[in-house]
Write a new protein. Structure first.
Length: 219
């Protein structure tokens, strides 16, 4: 759903990412994002919706590419390390070692294609920024969750894979600036629930202003 004519100077058009609301995200997290949306509307900005489509589906690929690049980097610089790595880091490197050169090239091509498509993706919904949670889950205390394979990287096939790939790869895979900030406090553990705004290239200063607008509305 588009947001209509170009807004007044100082007003920004912000689109909630629709895929977030289609399953897999905790109700408490969704409520926190809606709170941010209301604050931005209260600050005079326009709120709409946007679908990220293929970019959304590439979140797992971002982690896969990260694992592959980490392994390749370790082959070059690993000998410079004086300390051993934690097992969770070794597990992530091992997953990267399994990614072939052909697959690595394919992932790189997907990244380039998605970054080229970003302007049209914003334009399709008349949006300047995307609003979404930082993570689908409510934060839990340290030590209360054991990962399936003890790896710092999500690996396809893990029972918690869909949750662990999270929402941060949207900005990183697309090569876009983003800002995160606390949106609420978890009811059970008191940990902050974070939201993020993702902008077009060069929108860094506007992202900071929008975060300040949210803080001012919630003060």
């Amino acid at each position: 759903m588009g947001l209509g004519p170009r807004p007044e100077p100082g007003t920004r058009r912000i689109a909630l990412v629709e895929e977030v609301f289609e399953g897999g995200c905790a109700d408490e997290v969704l409520a926190a994002v809606e709170t941010v949306s209301s604050a931005l509307r209260g600050a005079g900005h326009e709120i709409g919706r946007a679908r990220l489509g293929e970019l959304w589906d590439c979140r797992g690929l971002a982690w896969e590419l990260c694992s592959a690049d980490a392994w390749r980097g370790h082959q070059v610089w690993g000998g410079w390390l004086n300390d051993d790595l934690h097992e969770s880091t070794w597990a992530a490197l091992r997953s990267g070692a399994l990614i072939s050169a052909e697959r690595h090239a394919e992932l790189g091509a997907r990244l380039v294609a998605q970054r080229a498509a970003v302007p049209a993706l914003f334009d399709a919904h008349d949006a300047d920024f995307w609003l979404l949670p930082l993570d689908p889950d409510v934060p839990r205390p340290i030590g209360t969750h054991t990962r399936a394979n003890n790896s710092t990287m999500p690996v396809s096939g893990d029972p918690d894979y869909d949750s662990r790939i999270g929402y941060t790869p949207v900005a990183s895979f697309a090569g876009l600036p983003a800002i995160t900030f606390p949106a609420a406090v978890g009811a059970e553990h008191g940990a902050p629930i974070a939201a993020q705004l993702v902008g077009r290239p060069g929108a860094d200063a506007d992202l900071i202003r929008l975060a300040r607008d949210v803080a001012a509305q919630r003060a």
